[in-house]
Design a protein around this ligand. Structure first.
Ligand SMILES: NC(=O)c1ccc[n+]([C@@H]2O[C@H](COP(=O)([O-])OP(=O)(O)OC[C@H]3O[C@@H](n4cnc5c(N)ncnc54)[C@H](O)[C@@H]3O)[C@@H](O)[C@H]2O)c1
Length: 345
């Protein structure tokens, strides 16, 4: 590539495992970006990724700082394991890069606060992947909740999937809360446009579970203004699986918004506010998906938003300063389960 065509975004990809494939696909689809370094503790993993995506000319490193120094990267994709997120992201921010990283923001709240502080001190962006926000149904559901059912007061999300991963998730503590619930909790904040103030959580391991840690949880979150979000989840639930996006109901003052996590959402709303009877009649309001589509879905949609924010010199929707509130729901739930009492967030 000549100087005249030097791309705006020079990307170092750190962590070349399974999830990195999607991030590489995205970088390769952008006209204004180039992958300039691949970084992994395990060189063979980086080589395999390079081979698969025809990135033979891209240099491979084992350390993020060395990679940035040698390649002149200005953006880092942090797709490492959660325990490595703090070291990788802070090093990249201090080396002058903006960082887009995989969920969860960090492996703990102390690490997360240090990472948010590093972003603030360096003036660079650290934004977190929350791909489950970027679905047309999700945006349509949010619009129904905010526009068709009056004031939301009670939200439920059910997540029941029997996921036989094998590997680290089978051995870790709190696999559902730490590895999956971040998505559903972040969705709740997105849908309601509000933040939680407390959580009570009971975590447990149902009969037949193949996980060592608690693979199921019931959480009651209180949100600003007193509204309640209740989450029922299990990753060892055989039979009648829900969507990975969870199955949602938001009860508002004048109706209910419903989404099964797959099909188009709808609302069932009071037909005539003047009606006087024991139970009221309702009318169905369909979501208008085509008017609500946010553009590309999943990872591509979230990455589009992150890059757009950089170009427009604003904070992305999933900036660390906001996303730490979703992470706080996860660790608040873990803490509540451990202490057996409600935890303020
Ligand atoms: N958004 C989603 O839907 C989704 C789905 C799956 C995984 N993830 C997230 O993606 C991240 C990666 O998951 P994965 O499934 O690809 O894991 P993985 O184990 O397949 O890959 C992680 C890679 O990071 C490398 N690594 C670890 N520490 C490093 C360091 N300090 N420097 C450089 N490389 C390092 C490892 O060697 C490994 O190759 C995790 O945070 C995970 O939670 C997100």
């Amino acid at each position: 590539m000549t100087a005249a065509t030097t791309p705006k975004f020079r990307i170092a990809l750190v962590g070349c495992g399974n999830m990195a494939n999607t991030w590489v696909d995205y970088a390769q689809a952008r006209g204004d970006a180039e992958l300039v370094a691949l970084v992994d503790l395990n060189e063979a993993t980086a080589r395999a990724l390079a081979e698969k995506h025809h990135l033979g000319g891209v240099p491979i490193f084992s350390d993020v700082s060395a990679a940035i120094g040698a390649s002149g990267a200005n953006v880092v994709f942090d797709v490492t394991i959660p325990d490595a997120h703090e070291a990788v992201t802070v090093a990249a921010l201090k080396a002058g890069c903006n960082v887009f990283g995989e969920k969860p923001l960090a492996a703990g709240m102390e690490q997360a606060r240090r990472m948010v502080a590093a972003a603030g001190q360096t003036g660079h962006t650290y934004a977190v992947m929350q791909n489950r926000r970027y679905l047309p149904q999700m945006h349509a559901f949010r619009d129904l909740v905010r526009g068709s059912i009056g004031t939301p007061g009670f939200t439920t999300a059910n997540f029941f999937i029997g996921a036989h991963f094998g590997g680290f998730r089978d051995l870790m503590d709190s696999p559902l809360l730490l590895d999956m619930a971040i998505h559903t909790f972040d969705q709740a904040r997105f849908i309601l446009g509000a933040d939680p103030v407390s959580v009570y959580c009971q975590e447990f391991n149902p009969p037949g579970s193949w996980y060592a840690g608690g693979a199921a949880a019931v959480c009651i979150f209180e949100f600003e203004g007193g509204q309640v979000f209740s989450y029922n989840g299990s990753w060892c639930a055989e039979g009648a699986p829900t969507s990975w996006e969870a199955e949602w109901r938001v009860m508002g003052s004048t109706g209910a918004a419903i989404w099964d996590g797959t099909n188009a959402p709808y609302a069932d709303v009071v037909a005539d506010p003047e009606q006087e009877s024991f139970t009221l009649d309702f009318k169905r309001v369909e979501a208008e998906l085509s008017h609500n589509a946010p553009g590309p879905e999943g990872h591509f949609g979230c990455l589009d938003e992150m890059f757009a924010a950089l170009s427009e010199n604003r904070r992305p929707e999933t900036d660390c300063t906001d996303n730490i509130k979703s992470l706080g729901m996860v660790f608040g739930a873990v803490e509540s389960a451990r202490r057996g009492e409600q935890v303020m967030l």
